[in-house]
Design a protein around this ligand. Structure first.
Ligand SMILES: [Zn+2]
Length: 278
């Protein structure tokens, strides 16, 4: 998809949607709220009736609200048992199939846990599985961007460097840039200069057009010394979202900004209004 600017939307159906379990109503609500896009959350399982996916594709097209998706949480491409790795691969493929039916062009997922293994070994395993997934999706003629997420816990695979390396080695892969996770993971990257450093790195190391086709997550966040994460509303968090949006604007970044603060649409709208005022 060609973007003219950053698009702002919610991780899942907006809270104010009358029927919160209906994603089609969710897309209509995103449109009514003046937001731009919506992420389908398959956090607890990838099932969707045919009529829902075709309805989503239709309403998304008619209202001009593009969709992204998020795979289930119980994916671990570095699981101890081979059958768990296999079912993780299947879940990613199933997410891709349904996302494609809904018309989504970019999907994110948490790829793996380190399980105390060396990050190099985990990288190899994740890369191998993603190559298999890519090949199978090609055979199914499904074109979707696979976006492993920048994860917030140091026990999870998905550092900035790992995602850059994966993008270089798997052609349908690009990072899902969760800047709130990056902050929680490193306790850094919360100033304008630091955000610029990240964007510069992406620009230099990835495709020159990578910044014009981004999938970003932003929410308020806090993490304790044990690395437990809590999503907060932006105003209750130290996360410096204003300077992040300034940096994204200054680098002419384009693509999806998905908000996963608890108040979903409120923070998404606040970010959109701030961004359009820059
Ligand atoms: Zn996620």
């Amino acid at each position: 998809m060609k973007f003219e600017r950053l698009l702002f939307g919610t991780a899942g159906v907006p809270n104010s949607t009358p029927k919160k379990n209906n994603p089609i109503d969710g897309v209509k609500q995103v449109h009514a709220l003046g937001l731009d896009c919506m992420q389908l959350e398959f956090a607890h399982g990838v099932r969707m009736k045919e009529e829902v996916s075709s309805g989503l594709r239709k309403v998304s097209y008619e209202l001009g609200i593009p969709l992204t998706s998020h795979g289930p949480y119980y994916i671990n491409l570095n699981a101890r048992e081979q059958d768990k790795i296999d079912s993780s691969v299947e879940r990613i493929i199933q997410t891709a199939k349904i996302s494609d039916l809904c018309g989504a062009e970019s999907m994110t997922f948490h790829a793996a846990f380190y399980m105390k293994d060396s990050p190099y070994d985990v990288f190899d395993l994740v890369q191998k599985s993603l190559n298999v997934i890519e090949e199978r999706l090609n055979r199914l003629d499904i074109q979707i961007e696979l976006r492993p997420e920048l994860t917030g816990k140091t026990s999870q695979f998905g550092s900035l460097e790992e995602l850059i390396d994966l993008t270089k080695s798997v052609s349908s892969c690009s990072p899902c840039m969760d800047f709130s996770h990056l902050f929680a993971r490193t306790n850094e990257y919360n100033t304008y200069e630091e955000f610029c450093t990240v964007l510069k790195k992406l620009k230099e190391e990835l495709d020159p057009n990578a910044l014009q086709n981004m999938h970003i997550h932003i929410s308020g966040i806090s993490s304790n010394s044990k690395g437990d994460l809590k999503h907060l509303n932006l105003e209750d968090s130290d996360f410096n979202w204003r300077d992040l949006l300034r940096a994204l604007k200054d680098f002419d970044c384009r693509g999806y900004v998905i908000c996963n603060s608890p108040n979903l649409e409120k923070d998404a709208k606040m970010m959109k209004d701030f961004y359009l005022g820059l």
